[in-house]
Design a protein around this ligand. Structure first.
Ligand code: AMP
Ligand code: ZN
Ligand code: FE
Ligand code: FE
Length: 284
């Protein structure tokens, strides 16, 4: 079986595998094309690509940006990104700054709830520059306050929960344009997480994103049912978009997700689909 996985996180953001380890794991899982798509950073790309060359795996350099769509969190993936593009690096710097504003406020909320936690502990857990909510979750787990990442999000960190503080984000247009000018192919990540799932309203959202330069949609994703996949594939066709898929692997920060196995209906995606995805991303 030939597997491809176009959505993965490393320790450069909130994954638990170093970029080199991610590529080694991909090799062990039989993956032939892997995209590294850390949140708000391209710091892991070079190491992952070096290891890709060593192990004979195609590694696509990518990034995942969070944008604000009418007060909802939306994620845009960018593939084949120029990791040295000055405007991109400036934009990513700004996104880290937004984290630097939010993170201490979340610590304050947790402390007010009587939890003994410091920003330093969370930063130490993150090791890199991107300090995200999954790192807060790990610290809460280590302290025995919660027993899983899911519980940490349900009780404290998820949108609307007691310790949640919204961070400032780019607009979808700004995010897509930032990726485009860095040579990247913008793709809508995990569409299932958006509120409007009814086909017509979803199509309107896609139309708007396409007008900014969106080029693809992540139709294959572990949380998508067979029905969802069908809907997103048909929407992709309607809007002439590339169809992609990925696991959103985060290592032990998302323990149920396996690298390289984007399952739906309990089965891996058909190799014909894998082949098409490979063509669309390798031949652009
Ligand atoms: P941040 O960018 O710091 O706001 O953190 C967002 C990240 O947290 C997402 O990209 C996911 O990796 C993770 N996340 C968000 N919601 C949940 C959840 N309910 N359970 C587990 N992880 C989550
Ligand atoms: Zn993440
Ligand atoms: Fe995401
Ligand atoms: Fe992701």
């Amino acid at each position: 079986m030939d597997y491809i996985d176009l959505h993965t996180h490393s320790t450069a953001s909130d994954g638990t595998f170093r970029p080199s380890e991610l590529v080694q794991k991909a090799k062990a899982e039989g993956v032939s094309v892997l995209a590294i798509t850390d949140h708000d950073t391209v710091d892991g790309v070079e190491e992952a690509q070096t290891w890709g060359r060593l192990l004979g795996i195609e590694v696509i350099g990518g990034v995942e940006l969070s944008v604000n769509y009418n007060n909802q969190e939306m994620h845009i993936l960018g593939y084949h990104v120029d990791r040295k593009n000055p405007l991109l690096l400036e934009g990513l710097h700004k996104l880290r700054h937004y984290r630097d504003i939010r993170n201490p406020l979340m610590i304050e909320r947790l402390q007010k709830m009587g939890i003994s936690i410091t920003l330093e502990e969370v930063e130490e857990m993150a090791r890199g520059q991107i300090v995200g909510r999954p790192h807060f979750a790990q610290v809460l787990m280590r302290k025995g306050i919660v027993s899983s990442t899911a519980e940490a999000f349900e009780r404290f960190l998820g949108a609307g929960q007691a310790a949640y503080v919204k961070k400032e984000k780019l607009t979808p247009q700004e995010g897509i344009e930032l990726l485009k000018q860095a040579g990247a192919i913008p793709v809508l990540a995990h569409p299932i997480y958006l509120e409007k799932q009814e086909k017509e309203s979803f199509s309107a959202i896609l139309g708007e994103l396409v007008s900014y330069g969106l080029r693809g949609i992540e139709a294959y994703y572990p949380e998508h049912s067979a029905e969802d996949v069908k809907k997103f594939v048909s929407l992709a066709q309607e809007h002439h978009l590339l169809i992609t898929g990925g696991s959103d692997f985060h290592g032990s920060n998302k323990p149920k997700t396996r690298l390289g196995r984007i399952m739906y209906n309990g089965k891996p995606i058909p190799s014909s689909v894998t082949k098409k995805m490979k063509e669309c991303l390798l031949n652009v």
